[in-house]
Design a protein around this ligand. Sequence first.
Ligand code: SF4
Length: 360
Amino acid sequence: MKIDPWSSELYGQEYLIKEFGLEKIPSEIKKRFENIYLFSRQIIVAHRDFDKFLEAYDKKKPVAILSGIKPSGEFHLGSMQTAKEIIFFQKYFRAKVFYCIADIEAIADNETRQEKVKEFAISNLADLLALGLDEKNAYIYQQSTEKHVLKNAFLISNKITQATLEALYGEKKLALYMSAIIQMADIFLPQDEDFGGPKNVLVPVGFDQDPHIRLARDLAPKFGLITPSATYHKFIKNLKGEQKMSKRDPESMIYLSENIKSIEKKLKNTLTGGRTTAEEQRRLGGEIEKCMVYELCKLFFEMDEKELMNRYNKCTKGKILCGECKEEVIKKALEWFVAHQELKEKKITLAQKIIEKISK
Ligand code: SF4
């Protein structure tokens, strides 16, 4: 089986963990992060060598976090998930974040026009800054202008055959293979001699990005580098509860900078776990495991554990119906979006400055 990092397909999580030898988050790591919702709510569910990364950090060895965004559209709830993880890890480990603006991938995968790439890059970065990334402890760069990445991508391509890429990604156009190789150079950038040499690097991702992680882990020893670690968050389904939340299906996902009225409309249409009749729901409770409204609370809009538990109990014991519940969640979510959009507005100038500087 092949995972396609460029598609919106939703794969069976348990199956992937087993098929590709990922490890579930073990009890000692869960205990260490027991008060952190990303772990306690089982949002981060699997890893590769996260234990080794933690060991290095505990021994006070240098560590770094690596992530990025493909500027082919506005930030949406799905892309926000990874952003929240890197911001948490940046704070927790006081580690430098290497943040890649993947403009080459945006052109290769989505054929986004150059001028739009820049516009999205500024907007995406402003979202990230508004969410809490500390730009002073980050190295933000653009793939097409970062000379280390371009040079290293060439060196890496010398160690990969087309057969390896085909086995990993399936048959793809050359531009996507090239962008995958450039992503290897992104993952290795924190270990470049000019950035302090080999170190443990953590890459927080969704399961669909695992082919890149596997390739990077195979290649790292060939360049005398430390094998990168990764954490994997659960699939962020779209508002219909189906495919992964993706820019490819705008009606079933929410952009962070979307018009508030439009967000409200989408939230009103979000899948619930409501029963056929009110009587049935009062008797049996809602089917919360299917409910995307509850999922949105769990992932983004309800950070208070007691409140979340309260909603869970009320739903599953039939003490609340979906109409009332949804209304409460929509109110909370819209407050969040308004506050975020205001904060983002204040970060635009800084984002512009950074993008101007790294575009040269
Ligand atoms: Fe979802 Fe709320 Fe309905 Fe339960 S009551 S299924 S949490 S919308």
